[in-house]
Design a protein around this ligand. Structure first.
Ligand code: AMP
Ligand code: ZN
Ligand code: FE
Ligand code: FE
Length: 281
């Protein structure tokens, strides 16, 4: 087995599949390594690890954190200590913010003549971190729109009337806290935010890596960020950002990073864990 997919979403955030199913599909696709990167939660980690052990698929600890510095910026964190009280607190703040935000969206939707209940949104979110896809499902269920896509087009897209900003952390602060917990911080799908040079301030703040392989990155974007990563000594990662078979991403296995990138990332995590231990002792 060879190659890794380090960007996967499960039912613990807004994905369709369980963590176990994702690991099984990765195994079937011939991948050696995966990381579950649910939004703002590591609730799926134990299940992914248990399935990984059973099937001999390496599972790297991961999470995708929404941050904000004038622009939306998703950070992927890898290899941190999942028992870190500080990082758990950071993720809890994000999830609490998601709930408050969903309540505000529900209130706006009522004013717009598309009433849904918070209970219905919560049911769609299950035990996962609440997001717009769950509000979209509630809108479909209530009969206000016929598809999730239309829910985004009419109500929930960033320039639509029921869009509400998420509570988002400062990226520099997030990088520092991920690193203090023994993890490495990687810019998710950087190509959708801008040119590689626009990441200079984050590299200055200690950013450890950039995601190179991602379904939203074309050949030119991959090449530009690859050169940027090499020039700045950054780790290179990648993944499918798979949310489920009904999403727009390719099936698991189509996007796979090479073993050398995985090894480099694991070495960086090992060094960071060592540092975090020394500092805490
Ligand atoms: P949130 O993190 O709550 O803002 O929700 C973001 C998620 O909504 C993304 O990860 C996608 O899964 C989903 N999403 C965003 N835009 C669209 C869209 N136009 N159609 C369907 N799903 C979308
Ligand atoms: Zn998502
Ligand atoms: Fe993202
Ligand atoms: Fe993602």
């Amino acid at each position: 087995m060879t190659g890794g997919d380090l960007h996967l979403h499960s039912v613990r955030s807004d994905g369709e599949w369980t963590p176990a199913r994702l690991v099984r599909e990765a195994k079937r696709a011939g991948l050696s390594t995966v990381a579950l990167t649910d939004h703002d939660t590591i609730a799926g980690l134990e299940e992914a690890q248990a399935t990984g052990e059973e099937l001999c698929v390496r599972v790297i600890v991961g999470v995708e954190i929404s941050t904000w510095r004038g622009v939306d910026l998703h950070l992927l964190a890898y290899g941190f200590d999942p028992t870190s009280a500080d990082l758990r607190e950071v993720l809890r703040r994000c999830r609490d913010g998601r709930r408050t935000r969903a309540e505000r969206m529900v209130a706006v939707l009522a004013r717009l003549g598309a009433p849904i209940t918070m209970g219905s949104v919560e049911r769609h979110a299950g035990e996962g971190a609440i997001g717009r896809p769950h509000v979209a499902k509630a809108l479909v269920e209530a009969g206000h729109v016929s598809t999730i896509r239309k829910a985004f087009l009419e109500f929930l897209g960033e320039d639509r009337p029921a869009y509400v900003e998420k509570v988002r952390l400062d990226p520099g602060e997030t990088i520092a806290r991920v690193q203090a917990a023994g993890g490495v911080a990687v810019a998710a799908h950087p190509g959708i935010y801008g040119e590689p040079e626009s990441f200079d301030p984050l590299v200055e703040a200690g950013l450890d890596g950039v995601e190179i392989l991602h379904p939203l990155h074309g050949r030119k974007t991959r090449a530009a960020f690859d050169a940027y990563a090499i020039a700045n000594g950054l780790a290179r990662t990648g993944g499918s950002d798979f949310h489920g078979p009904r999403g727009t991403t390719p099936p698991i296995g189509r996007i796979a990073i090479e073993e050398a990138w995985i090894e480099d990332l694991r070495e960086r995590i090992g060094r960071r864990r060592e540092q975090a231990r020394t500092i805490h002792e």
